[in-house]
Design a protein around this ligand. Structure first.
Ligand code: UN1
Length: 497
């Protein structure tokens, strides 16, 4: 077992204490197969304890002035900055993403800490003219109470910060279920919060499966918001359960993101954008590019240049700085990718490159897949409609700009999209017409910045956004406040002169 951790059996973090829970299950490094840590599979009992602790702590926390709550986040950001390298190494060890990207993800968390700490001095409300004389009207953000956050393995620290930081600065207490594949980032972040001086019970971590911990959270009366990032099916189940309880729910459930390459595009730039956003993180991003919608006049040139660039992608253990493409998270993820490659062949797409498991020559006991490109695909194939979550991209040739936009929008998801063109009119038409929550021009589909809203249309979500100031809408309620200083009872809508 690696010595990278201080403990090999993780504990839940409830009411500021580390609490053992059983049974536990082993977590493996996806690049080496090595056992790295054991994580508890908790249940309803631990969720109930965490919610009770959160409920109690939240009352006090909400009374702490927001600029003071923010001080904790500044401290969290500072500690994360000091530990950036260690956190990145641990992230690569549990998730597999290459070190460069792990550092980028930790940086995203640091940025979120300072950004949301700044919100502690804003959390702007509004003043509004009142209908009546000598009356003052305003609206203010209030904490919701106890919020539940459920986070995925593909961005185990960044997405946790997108959700927990706004929740905490707004005066809520959090019960957090991290993905069991990547518990180390949760353990490290909880430790950092404690060191930064967050009062006990404001953040609680309960490890376990969606079926037990997630289910108990979603059905707990005292959790008033669920913020979830994960698969579409699970998100729909959560939404249904929350709907019947009138519980607020914010969902981010993936994408089928496309890069559009027009005939006037800088092709070398487009190739770089496609390679980075399709094969970075081994395609395991919600924002990953999995379709390239290419003008038929440049299709062949694009194929040739993609093949050349593909040669540069070294596969292997992400801890090795020279490696560009790390492993797939687990066996199930790998099998799903293999299945889609088979489907693509059967559907009649042309396999241009990759398409198979990467042979580690017995050196690594992990899960690797070669960067894969299909071409001559069409818009209605399963490989161009369904989320694969792996390093597989399909080229769809189109005749013109209008068809490109139409094909982009012809999927059930709406997270990210991109267009490579040098035509300014097309740029503005594309940003208007692409039906996604994020649009890039002359860049790939990944790389969202934390101070802008993150989320999408259609099957990607349910109208809410992570990140940006918009995240505060998930974790606050609006309260309207009227102060009548006329000294008499004024009746709204009636006593208007
Ligand atoms: C995700 O895959 O769910 O925009 C998050 C990006 C990253 C975040 C991805 N900043 O690609």
């Amino acid at each position: 077992m690696t010595t990278i951790l201080q403990t090999d059996k993780l504990k839940n973090f409830i009411a500021g204490e580390w609490q053992e829970a059983n049974p536990t299950v082993a977590v493996h490094n996806p690049a080496t197969g090595e056992e790295i840590v054991h994580v508890p599979l908790s249940g309803k009992k631990e969720v109930d304890q965490a919610v009770a602790a959160a409920k109690q702590a939240q009352k006090e926390w909400a009374l702490v002035p927001a600029p003071q709550r923010a001080e904790v986040l500044y401290e969290v950001g500072n500690i994360m900055k000091e530990r950036k390298e260690r956190l990145s190494q641990l992230l690569t060890t549990e998730n597999g993403k290459v070190l460069e990207e792990a550092r980028g993800e930790v940086q995203e968390g640091i940025d979120m800490a300072f950004y949301m700490a700044g919100e502690g001095r804003r959390l702007f409300g509004q003043t509004t003219p009142a209908e009546l004389k000598d009356k003052f009207a305003m609206s203010q953000r209030c904490p919701v109470g106890v919020v539940g956050i459920i986070t995925p393995w593909n961005f185990p620290i960044a997405i946790a910060t997108w959700k927990s930081f706004p929740a905490i600065v707004a005066g809520n207490a959090v019960v957090w279920k991290p993905a069991t594949e990547t518990p180390i980032m949760a353990y490290e972040l909880a430790k950092i919060f404690a060191e930064a001086g967050l009062p006990k019970g404001v953040l609680n971590v309960v490890f376990g499966s969606g079926a037990s911990v997630g289910h108990a959270m979603v059905h707990h009366d005292d959790i008033r918001v669920i913020s979830f990032t994960g698969s579409n099916n699970t998100g729909r189940d959560i939404a249904a359960a929350c709907g019947s309880q009138l519980k607020k729910v914010s969902l981010e459930m993936g994408g089928k993101n496309a890069v559009i390459v027009m005939e006037d595009a800088d092709l070398d730039l487009a190739v770089e954008g496609i390679i980075w956003s399709a094969f970075g993180t081994s395609g395991q991003r919600c924002t990953a590019c999995s379709r390239v919608i290419v003008h038929e006049h440049v299709k062949e040139q694009l194929e040739e240049r993609l093949l050349v660039k593909l040669e540069e992608l070294t596969i292997g253990n992400g801890l090795d700085e020279s490696v560009k493409v790390g492993p797939i998270i687990n066996r199930a993820g790998l099998e799903k990718i293999k299945k889609y490659v088979q489907i693509g062949k059967e559907e009649g797409a042309t396999l241009l490159a990759g398409g198979e498991e990467w042979d580690t020559n017995g050196e690594l006991d992990g899960y690797f897949f070669t960067p894969t490109i299909f071409t001559n695909a069409n818009a209605t194939m399963r490989i161009t409609q369904e989320e694969i979550f792996g390093p597989v991209v399909s080229l769809i040739p189109v005749k013109d700009f209008e068809e490109a936009i139409q094909v982009n929008n012809q999927v059930s998801y709406g997270l990210s999209s991109s267009i490579f063109t040098n035509d300014v009119n097309r740029v503005f038409r594309a940003q208007r017409d692409l039906d996604t929550g994020i649009v890039y021009v002359n860049a790939g589909t990944t790389g969202a910045e934390i101070h802008l809203p993150f989320g999408g249309t259609k099957g990607t979500g349910n109208g809410h956004r992570d990140s940006g100031v918009q995240a505060l809408d998930v974790f606050t309620e609006w309260k309207a406040i009227y102060v009548d200083y006329s000294g008499k009872l004024q009746r709204a809508q009636i006593d208007i002169e």
